[in-house]
Design a protein around this ligand. Sequence first.
Ligand code: NAD
Length: 472
Amino acid sequence: MRMLQHSYIDGRFVQTLGVETMDIVNPSTEAIIGRLRLAGQDDVRLAIEAANKAQHAFSRSSKQERIAMLRRLEEAVRKHVPAIREATIDEYGAPPQRATWASEYAAACFGHAAETLAAYPLTRQMGAASVTMESVGVSALITPWNSVAGSICSKLAYAIAAGCAVVIKPSELGAIQAQVVAEAVHAADLPPGIVNIVIGRGDPVGTTLSTHPGVAKISFTGSTQTGKAIARAAVNSMKRVSLALTGKSPSIILDDADFPHAVPLAIQAGLQNSGQACVAGTRILVPASRLDEVIALTQQAIAGIKVGNPRDPQTTIGPMISAAQYERVQRYIRIGNDEGATLIAGGEGRPEGIERGYFVRPTVFAGVSNDMTIAQEEIFGPVLSIITYRDDEEAIEIANDSPYGLQAYVFSTNSERAHAVASRLLVGGVKINSLQHEPRAPFGGYKASGLGREGGVFGLESFLEAKAVVGE
Ligand code: NAD
């Protein structure tokens, strides 16, 4: 049992002042594995105060000092990779491969940010102006439960690179993972107040961060609905806001793709992170003339997937994070059936032989039209839709017919054709015959999938303000 009752404020673990507590549940077993005392308004105010106290000196730190801090953070988080991995399995139910990737990614973020900062000109001459990129100031980092350590560390790395003191508000559903990250940050021995971590609910912790005049910038990852609420609240004090939001990504399988390779890869794109991924390719667009072949390959791919105990090295799909998320996914499967889509794999209920845990059957519908609810709304579980198209033009039209525009996948044996399709998709990123994540590239969404970009130079600039000085 982990008892979490401390916030990390001003370089120390201090007793959380909030009075509400909640159980921490292992989603694979439904066993209670810990108890969290949730931070409240007083905790977050103290954290904002500590960050503001640290900000003045930190804004004036040199590039070399920040790079040294990033290297210390990288080393400290790397030492905690096994603990992050364990927490990601126990608290989130991530399958082994995912937990390993996610924990190593958390450490690697600091190295990427250090390299980016080293190569970035903080002062440039532009015509008659000397332009300096300055720290935007105290930043609130608000993160979701589906990628706890990764979201915290990727935001934190670029905030530190830019010289911003931070208040981090992780999801209350990722408290153990956030606690391990906090321990790693503490071990990096940064000056007090530069990093503060308060784990509490969206309201009051997130809402206080979005409205408090002591916060200059909000970097948020989560749902579009919450992102809109934050942006509305933040505009009164004119906070800078970056939003990484909901997705409903298309995977376009072109008719010249290598189908036996492309279909399983598209299924993998849809089911990554147990389907709880903003970038999941949940709409699989296939040529109408090849539908039977796609269905057979899909059923074969799904039959080879192991759902269950995330401690089993063969498992590739773990549980949903909570009972509420399980119910949400079940509801969408019912909606798919009610709307007349054809179930070709999975369906309602737990996978056969699993009695406990929030496990969902990997589910695929064919006969889906893009205006159905299951094709328009983010389900955030292992539920995919196969949609047919007549030609490339129609495929592009369907892909773009979504309120979201986070990512897309294109499968083809013709690189030129795949790139031509990619150039017409209204999304922040396209992966061609690949699921590879490039952390140095900008990451973010068009339309309701976000505002701004994270990662690399774009991630760094999201925490900077430009100042132009003209004259002698
Ligand atoms: P969420 O929006 O419910 O919560 C995200 C965070 O915001 C949590 O820490 C939550 O406590 C906090 N929050 C809630 N209400 C708030 C408010 N009014 N003010 C301030 N903060 C508030 O999202 P979630 O359920 O944790 O995560 C799933 C969603 O996140 C999905 O929609 C997914 O697509 C999205 N997501 C996007 C990306 C991306 O990079 N685009 C990455 C991961 C997840």
